[in-house]
Design a protein around this ligand. Structure first.
Ligand SMILES: *Cc1c(COP(=O)(O)O)cnc(C)c1O
Length: 377
């Protein structure tokens, strides 16, 4: 069976997908290394030490890229978070997370048997994480049990907010609490130097932000934590227990490696991407869509409120799906079907000419259904 992916030629503004589009080299790797376990031809026991293909060299370069002492390949950002949490977990212990955290952070904690305490955000419309809240929440939580880790989502996947990581890390370290930066939406898009920020752990997502086929992720850490997180099996002395001995032993890793040169170059153009996202925001606001999250915005993940679309959805046959259908007609992909009250969109690596087409589409849709929108009083 072969299934065509019809939207592959569409303009893609899906925040989940804009950073995961493969490079040509990565696409060729898919076929070349697609056979099961082909990566393992010359493995001597550890994925990150394989010399042919040059995984070992890649992992060393990745450590430099992330500015971390030790790096491992994982099956995704969540698997990295889980490995860290599981190895640090104790009875009745806590992890402190920002309140914009991804659901997988909560699930990782739950699976590791950790309790979760949340640092609040400022609420509508900016939802900024209160950096100083980390100290307060750790202070309070310590009364209930040991705080073994803090997680900062950098940026979060709801609003694309980038909190002041240094400030959060400093505050947590004052209490002796290590910090994991969840960089699923940043590593591979913008420069993230974990060492410079003094982060103890960093996780990234290959399929989210590193032009890779998934599932694949990266986990970086300080040397002092490698002893705990990467401890070896008693029975199989060369296997790392938290990684179950091996992680992404297949073609996703080969695509991550194939795209790495491109990724290292593209992070240098991050400012242009932010500039473009802000320009797009400006145009959307002119049409009456309200940006949620930080203003001015510092990331390509944009979340807009769209009460006009909601009004329309109440009066058309397709209901909430009208927006998705209108965009599909125009060969634009990435706004979640059924959504109208608010929606997320990403401008990352989408050329300005194509964003102009997206803006024009929104304008046309608003005009087409003009009579369905009740003017604000
Ligand atoms: C996408 C995302 C994840 C999940 O990444 P995986 O690599 O698929 O596990 C985790 N955290 C955030 C903030 C995300 O946006």
């Amino acid at each position: 069976m072969f299934v065509e992916r019809k939207v592959r030629e569409f303009i893609n503004v899906d925040p989940l997908q804009t950073g995961g589009v493969l490079t040509e080299d990565a696409r060729r790797m898919l076929v070349e290394w697609g056979d099961g376990y082909s990566v393992c031809d010359f493995c001597e026991g550890n994925l990150h030490e394989i010399r042919n293909p040059p995984v070992k060299e890649f992992v060393q370069e990745l450590a430099e890229f992330l500015d971390c002492d030790v790096v491992r390949i994982t099956n995704g950002a969540r698997e990295g978070k889980f490995a860290v949490m599981h190895s640090l977990a104790k009875r009745n212990a806590w992890v402190v997370v920002d309140s914009n955290a991804h659901y997988s952070t909560y699930l990782a904690a739950e699976r590791a048997g950790l309790n979760v305490a949340e640092v609040p955000n400022t609420g509508h419309p900016e939802f900024r994480i209160v950096e100083d809240g980390f100290a307060e929440v750790i202070e309070e939580t310590r009364k209930k049990g040991e705080v073994v880790l803090a997680v900062l989502t950098y940026p979060d996947g709801k609003y694309g907010n980038l909190p002041d990581a240094k400030r959060v890390i400093r505050a947590c370290h004052d209490y002796g609490v290590p910090v994991l930066l969840n960089c699923a939406y940043s590593v591979g898009r913008m420069e993230v130097k974990a060492g410079k920020l003094d982060a103890d752990f960093v996780v990234g997502s290959g399929h989210k932000s590193m032009a890779s086929a998934g599932p694949i992720g990266v986990l970086g850490m300080k040397e002092e934590f490698a002893k705990v997180v990467l401890r070896r099996s008693e029975r199989f002395g060369n296997k790392e227990v938290e990684l179950l001995g091996c992680t992404a032993r297949g073609v996703p890793l080969m695509t991550l490696m194939a795209s790495f040169d491109h990724v290292r170059e593209r992070v240098k153009r991050w400012e242009e991407e932010v500039e473009k996202a802000r320009w797009f925001c400006g145009k959307m606001e002119e049409m009456g869509f309200g940006l949620l999250g930080e203003k001015p915005h510092n990331h390509d993940l944009l979340h807009f409120e769209s009460p006009q679309f909601y009004e329309i959805s109440k009066r058309v046959k397709a209901r909430g799906y009208f927006l998705y259908k209108e965009l599909k007609k125009r060969r634009i992909h990435g706004i979640k079907p059924g959504r109208t009250r608010s929606f997320k969109i990403s401008t990352y690596m989408v050329p300005k000419e194509k964003l102009e087409i997206v803006l024009e589409a929104f304008k046309e849709i608003l005009e087409k259904y003009q009579s369905f929108i009740t003017p604000p009083k």
